[in-house]
Design a protein around this ligand. Structure first.
Ligand code: ATP
Ligand code: MG
Length: 752
């Protein structure tokens, strides 16, 4: 290519450029975070259009999020200097195939005006199917069925196969629902989200000519984040690429974090089996992060046994050390995050948009949101709904609002049949009429349903409902919002219902409800004189209004680590670095490895500065729980971590003590600061200071009753002295650690 045409390729390194120029045939780029995989896709598209002369509409690029798609389009426009990116096909699998199906779906018996059912729509249809099959949601929760069906669809297991494989009673029931649900979707001329991927496969199989047409149309197929594609996505991509074989995929097995949603890492591992002649490029230079941040990321991910070994070398300098924030509870943790944001903004002139705060579970966002508001820091939550807008939170709050104000019919309608009480729409409409006739509130009508000639079963259900509300009201008069909410959870069994469902979604709802309970508890602890239900509701109504007041695009980004994939920020805070929180699940080695990949993703989002924070106690299940610092922190070289006071973690006695006592190696052998040093050798010595003399110089001074200080065990009193010289031992009763016998020569005791 003439130089003038390829000048923009100067923005790439050699291997990246080779990957861009290898336009024909199957190509895979397998490389670590921040090595420019997404950049290569972007430049490759620009190159195809500008230098190879491919028409933009003949290029299909699949990204993981719509946000990523938008950014890619913008970049291509800016490289090509004209608006040709508009006719490119860039988007998520779902959005691209929804668009294609609009043109072709009539060929497999749907109308082109099909509806797309979101998760709520799907669930209500599933509910309907179950009703027709006489399956009670009490024994077979709708969410469980929904998630089982979705999982099957994403693995391309259709009803007949599902039916064949259904051995136990529950799967057999789900199989019946699945079949009926698929049928009903068709009756409704509707597709659910998963159908957006399945229907193209059906279309291509039934109408090979359509497939051929599309194969000729999409001459070039590019896929980002290939490690997180699932089976259907893999199949669809393979079908489209079959003819021209110009399939270009980029990924990093170390960043595979969606296996719980059916993502299948073997798609990346087996790329070579499908395409024997595939060219594979490995990028090793990282252009995103400082050397410090990369060192941390590399040493963390190297602990995983199941991964393709990859090199990742920093292009930038050491940069700043990682700061470990330690707080006594989660509120203080969030407050410290806010303080650091404010101080970096002032000292470095950084914009709010330079900061991101990550958390492992959605429920953690609440405290952080609150602290951002209190500190007047603009923020935006990505990838999920703001805490107060989540369905389960709105449901619980609706109960509380109804307790406070029984004329709040909106709230009443929200919860009258939640959890399900067999109070249907027909009954509710009749109740509304009854209320209107008598000119009473809907709640009053519900209470007096006995006078309205309603069926006994219905009256019974309604009475149970109003009994609950009345009991809660009584509780509210005497107690706090915490008491009211606890009663709600206990009486309705809300939490246990979700726990039994045991789907990731149900567990997230469970956590959120727990978080709300923790919040009321905390509110009561901190506002002993004004923690009534009304006080609490006023506080949170104001909080939930805040979202709408955000206008500019300069805000701190709040998101789960999952939602952060592919993104980058100058300053990143990873919060909740505690055992059982991050890592969240670590019962099985496979789970621990996925958590570790997630931590790797989190670390590698940071460009200049990384903060890791943890709280010594955290409200969970409505109670403050003691927390332990995450073992993941021990997987980072303590020489590159400093405390907020600026002290190196490797020199912080308390932390080393904690890890040494937990019996874990402090740091991997290859990266240990002193070659050959054992963890024990790293136990810090307490420097002799002032009048205190080192023990070596004054062996004879030990006698029963001598008061000593030990770096790990703290203060203690000598009980007994045994032997002398190099072999001298002392038996000490430590105030907290109990009795220990130590060799004087190695114990580094200080006489106090
Ligand atoms: P992830 O695995 O996190 O998705 P990635 O491999 O897709 O990362 P990119 O996001 O493409 O990495 O690149 C990371 C950063 O490095 C971006 O800011 C990108 O613009 C920059 N970058 C990549 N390659 C180069 C290069 N050759 N010269 C300068 N900057 C580069
Ligand atoms: Mg990327």
């Amino acid at each position: 290519f003439p130089e003038a045409l390829t000048d923009f390729l100067q923005g790439l390194n050699d291997v990246q450029r080779q990957a861009v120029l290898a336009t024909e045939g199957p190509v895979m780029v397998l490389a670590g975070a921040g090595s420019g995989k997404t950049r290569v896709i972007t430049y490759r598209i620009a190159h195809l259009i500008r230098n190879v002369g491919v028409l933009p509409q003949n290029i299909l690029a699949l990204t993981f999020t719509n946000k990523a798609a938008g950014e890619m389009r913008q970049r291509i426009d800016s490289i090509l200097e004209y608006g040709s990116a508009s006719s490119l096909w860039i988007g998520t699998f779902h959005s691209v195939f929804a668009r294609l199906l609009r043109s072709y779906i009539h060929l497999i018996g749907y109308d082109r005006n099909f509806s797309i059912f979101d998760a709520d729509d799907s669930k209500s249809l599933i509910k309907q199917c179950m009703k027709e099959l006489n399956l009670s949601p009490e024994t077979l929760p709708v969410n469980l069925v929904h998630s089982a069906i979705s999982k099957a669809k994403n693995s391309f297991v259709l009803p007949p196969e599902f039916h064949r494989k259904a051995i136990d009673d529950q799967s057999q029931k789900i199989s019946l629902v699945y079949e009926r649900y698929v049928h009903k979707l068709r009756e409704n001329n509707a597709l659910d989200f998963d159908d957006l991927l399945i229907k193209p496969i059906e279309l291509f199989t039934e109408q090979p000519r359509v497939l051929e047409q599309l194969q000729d149309y999409f001459k070039y197929l590019l896929i980002d984040e290939y490690q997180d594609t699932n089976r259907v996505q893999y199949l669809v991509a393979k079908m489209i690429a079959e003819k021209h074989r110009n399939i270009f995929v980029v990924g990093d097995d170390a960043q595979s974090i969606y296996s719980w949603r059916g993502a299948d890492i073997s798609n990346i591992l087996n790329f070579n089996d499908d395409y024997g002649d595939a060219q594979v490029f490995k990028l090793v230079d990282n252009y995103r992060s400082t050397k410090t941040i990369l060192d941390a990321a590399n040493s963390v991910i190297s602990r995983n046994t199941h991964q393709i070994k990859k090199e990742l070398v920093a292009n930038a300098g050491m940069g700043e050390p990682i700061t470990l924030i330690e707080a006594f509870n989660e509120k203080r943790e969030a407050e410290k995050v806010a303080e650091h944001i404010k101080s970096i903004r002032l000292s470095k002139g950084a914009q709010y948009r330079s900061f991101a705060v990550f958390y492992r579970t959605n429920a953690q966002s609440r405290v952080i949101e609150d602290m951002m508001r209190q500190n007047r820091i603009p923020y935006k939550i990505f990838g999920s709904v703001s805490f107060y807008k989540r369905k389960e939170i709105k449901d619980a709050v609706a109960y509380m609002r109804l307790v406070l104000n029984d004329r709040d019919s909106e709230s009443l309608l929200r919860v009258i049949n939640f959890p399900p009480r067999k109070i249907g729409d027909v009954s509710i409409n009749k109740l509304k009429e009854f209320a209107e006739e008598r000119n009473i509130s809907l709640y009053e009508a519900v209470k007096r349903a006995g006078e309205g000639g309603f069926q006994a079963r219905l009256v019974n259900a309604l009475t149970q409902f109003t009994d609950l509300i009345e009991a809660m009201r009584k509780q509210a008069e005497e107690g706090t919002a915490y008491d009211v909410l606890s009663m709600l959870y206990e009486t309705t069994g809300l939490l246990s219902l979700l726990k039994e469902e045991n789907t990731p979604e149900a567990l997230a709802r469970h956590e959120n409800l727990q978080e709300l309970l923790s919040m009321t508890r905390d509110f009561a602890d901190h506002n002993p004189n004004s923690a009534t239900l009304g006080d609490f509701l006023s506080t949170i109504s104001l909080a939930s209004d805040y979202d709408e007041t955000q206008e500019s695009d300069n805000y701190v980004s709040l998101m789960t680590v999952h939602a952060a994939k592919g993104l980058e920020f100058p300053v990143v805070f990873v919060t909740g670095m505690e055992e059982k929180l991050f890592p969240l699940n670590s019962y099985e080695p496979g789970e621990l490895e996925e958590e570790r990949r997630l931590f790797y993703v989190a670390i590698t989002r940071a460009r200049e500065k990384l903060f890791l924070s943890w709280a010594q106690s955290r409200y969970m299940y409505g109670q403050p729980q003691m927390c332990m610092r995450s073992t993941f922190i021990n997987e980072i070289n303590p020489n590159i971590i400093v405390t907020e006071g600026g002290r190196k973690l490797s020199e912080s006695p308390k932390k080393v003590a904690a890890t040494a006592m937990a019996g874990r190696p402090v740091f991997g052998s290859s990266l240990r600061p002193q070659p050959g040093g054992s963890p024990a050798a790293k136990v810090p010595t307490v420097k002799p200071a002032g009048s205190a003399r080192p023990t070596g110089a004054a062996k004879s001074e030990y006698r029963p009753g001598t008061r000593v200080q030990h770096a790990i065990f703290g203060p203690g009193t000598v009980l007994e002295v045994q032997g002398s010289g190099a072999k001298q031992k002392v038996k000490i009763n430590f105030r907290t650690a109990g009795e220990k016998t130590l060799m004087v020569q190695y114990a580094n005791l200080k006489i106090v």
